[in-house]
Design a protein around this ligand. Sequence first.
Ligand code: UN1
Length: 514
Amino acid sequence: MTTMTTSTLPSVDTLRERARDALTAIGWRGDLGAPGGPGLQASTPITGDVLFSVAESTTDQADAAIAEAAQAFSVWRSTPAPVRGALVARLGELLVAHKAELATLVTLEAGKITSEALGEVQEMIDVCQFAVGLSRQLYGRTIASERPGHRLMENWHPLGVVGVITAFNFPVAVWAWNTAVALVCGDTVVWKPSELTPLTALACQALIERAAADVGAPREVSRLIQGGREIGERLVDDPRVALLSATGSVRMGQQVGPRVAQRFGKVLLELGGNNAAIVTPSADLDLAVRAIVFSAAGTAGQRCTTLRRLIVHSSIADEVVSRIVDAYRQLPIGDPGTDGTLVGPLIHAAAYRDMVRALEQAGAEGGEVFGGERQDVGDESAYYVAPAVVRMPAQTDVVHAETFAPILYVMTYDDLDEAIAMNNAVPQGLSSSIFTLDMREAERFLAADGSDCGIANVNIGTSGAEIGGAFGGEKQTGGGRESGSDSWKAYMRRATNTVNYSTELPLAQGVHFG
Ligand code: UN1
């Protein structure tokens, strides 16, 4: 497949300068080490080079951060929720003011195209606004008591320290989903970002600390620890961490979930997706193809909501595939910071190797591959690929696995029940879509025996969810819900209170005792 590539990339010095300028404008004051220095290597997938070395937390520092957050919690939990909201409102204002600079860092570290990087920061702003409103809406219920002179009610209280572990692909938005909501709920936060995105993390930390200073909130309400697995494990195992909210692979979730459960901590898991879209004969194909291309090739296939499986009615499959392949040919691939680019790089060599391996396996399992070639952009250490479309004879093994790369497997169906069964036949359950103009098909997809995913859409793709809804999925996706709707309840504990304002002591269930 011939593709459009922009073959020239900015020099590493230019990228370093951009990173430094953005951090300075955001107000981060610290030292960045030279590449190869001690600590984490902050690299960019744009060229594959290391930009700086960044201080890494020791396990003692991680423990100290948890202790500070636990200490701050004792003050923060008693701060009125609308006052807590003022901190998040200020964070939102700072994000508006520094949107472009933070997006620049997202582009540098995660390789997102500018528009998607700006969109990610907008998602942070949106969730801040949502959380500020929420700070006056942490409602409990009053329940009719069966006893005279009694009041039965629910009160929601802050939980404690929330540990947040995030992935490279949404290096700032997922922190904001958790932090904005946790802070208005009266929790304090300790964040361990991906080792691949330490600079965006420094920027976010600078902004939250500035917001805290501006509104007079304790600086320790939100802490940052940077490092690898060993550092993340401090959050997993520390009993002071009341809730661990972790985004990442199913494997990570399988390790983290039981460990937190062992100490009766709470978890909120947002793990892998293997999202499908069904395209029915009645679909508006112009709209469907646009949605499919954005969901499958956007972010170079590196969203957990990326469209990975297309289940197309056999009568239109050839047309749909040929339209997608045509659209893919016109996707400019290259420097994500250049206007017009739609597909940036894969995050690293391992991601590329996984893609190659999956395409080989797909071929061996009977797939016919279009695209997927590595592009001649940058040198050996940068991994730019053409998005791939693979026509599969069935949902074989490779289709059941999530490969974090732009591979869209296409299968056909003849009967909608069969298509829904295929949608549900994978271990993950994050997002799903149906393209149809037939309301019976749409409603069937959304019904209890329809899509089994946490997100089920009609006539839009699987990715790009708004923050107002609860975000997350079922099965191996982990079951957690973040950001909007009533996801806040995961960040609080519920107390059921019964108040007797009578002079009698009637017992529930009509029990008499003495
Ligand atoms: C993720 O990939 O971890 O729905 C989050 C979306 C974005 C969030 C994705 N709003 O695609």
